[in-house]
Design a protein around this ligand. Structure first.
Ligand code: DAH
Length: 360
């Protein structure tokens, strides 16, 4: 090998050893073997070499080219391995660290909204009595919300409900935002054969707004259809529910004759409380809490169920109302304001599902 080739080899090998990363390595490669690299220039100059030396010079250049390519490749493998080592060290996963708490403890943990929590509790209590959960649409047909429930046109109950109407459909009837969960009674009886045992928690709408009324609120409906169902079943079921929900085993419960178009007889249900202190369970005062009754034979017939063979009871109550009473929440409006301070205060812990063993 001539001196110029020996020194080019030595220079290049020194530069390769000094190249600390893949970018520096690439610079060395381009400087030597690239289009205008030093070895490439020598190869291009081969034409000017006298003919008798050309063969030997060419062979020497090619050997050097092969040697430098191999040296560059070897350095690339070294640098690749070093880069991987560095990454592994930097991204090391310590499997012995204790797990992060999930969900995070403290204020950022979040909480279950009181409405959702009450629905979980209702589902747990009625679930233990054999009830399933049914649902229906928020936008209802007039017949489902009123007609089938024995609330005819011009019946005062239609005014009482302060209904939100939508523009009329092809039948000339205006769809409504359902004013109660009772239309799901109809949907359930039309879609499933008796016996029926369901609760229906869901959103309801009335044009009303103050400290205890919101245009959107929640109700839970209950419906039982079977053979030989009596007022005794209704009373036993609701007394059991109210005592479990409020957690007061001797909660006084009173049934008071009332009127609803879809039940006969109809009863309002009161619980004992102290009007002055708000304490539930004692105090000698009564607080109305829900409506109920034996399903009206006309409602059964509207759903194609023979009232001589099947009987049933139904009930409906406001979810916000029972939640406010249970937790001593004085105002309805913050339920929908998403104020995290309120939610933290009244919300339920995320990891404590409602059930009858651990409590509702
Ligand atoms: N739908 C009634 C309301 O919103 C509540 C109600 C009363 C539901 C009696 C019932 C019932 O199922 O039997 O005011």
């Amino acid at each position: 090998m001539t001196d110029d080739l020996a020194s080019l080899q030595a220079e290049t090998e020194a530069a390769l050893a000094a190249a600390g990363d893949l970018r520096a390595l690439e610079a060395v490669r381009v400087g030597t073997l690239g289009k205008s690299g030093s070895l490439t220039a020598l190869l291009k100059g081969l034409g000017q070499v006298p003919a008798e030396q050309r063969k030997e010079r060419g062979a020497a250049l090619n050997r050097l080219k092969g040697a430098l390519e191999a040296a560059i490749e070897a350095r690339r493998v070294e640098l690749d391995a070093a880069a991987l080592e560095a990454r592994l060290a930097a991204e090391r996963l310590d499997v012995t660290l204790p797990p992060r708490p999930f969900p995070p403890a403290g204020p950022e943990a979040g909480a279950i909204h009181p409405i959702g929590r009450t629905v979980e509790e209702l589902t747990a209590i009625f679930g233990a009595m054999g009830f399933g959960v049914a649902e229906g649409p928020d936008i209802e047909g007039d017949w489902f919300n009123f007609g089938a429930l024995n609330i005819p046109d011009h019946h005062p109950a239609r005014q009482d409900h302060d209904t939100f109407y939508l523009p009329a459909g092809p039948d000339g009837r205006r769809p409504v935002l359902r004013t109660h969960t009772s239309p799901v009674q109809i949907r359930t009886m039309l879609s499933q054969e008796p016996p029926v045992r369901v609760i229906v928690p869901g959103r309801t709408y009335r044009a009303d707004h103050d400290a205890t009324h919101s245009p959107m609120f929640h109700q839970v409906e209950g419906l039982v259809i079977d053979r030989g169902i009596t007022l005794g079943h209704l009373k036993g079921c609701l007394i059991d529910f109210l005592r479990a929900f409020f957690g007061i085993s001797d909660l006084p419960v009173r049934f008071r004759a009332s009127y609803f178009p879809f039940t006969e007889p109809s009863m309002e249900v009161d619980i004992g409380w102290n009007r002055k202190t708000g304490e539930l369970g004692k105090g000698g005062d009564w607080l109305e809490i829900l409506g109920s009754g034996m399903v009206h034979p006309k409602v059964l017939a509207n759903c194609g169920i023979d009232p001589r063979e099947w009987q049933g009871f139904a009930f409906g109550m406001g979810i916000e109302r029972i939640t406010m009473l249970k937790h001593g929440i004085p105002d309805l409006r913050p339920f929908y304001e998403s104020d995290v301070r309120w939610l933290r205060h009244y919300g339920a812990p995320v990891l404590s599902p409602a059930n009858l063993v651990e409590g509702v």
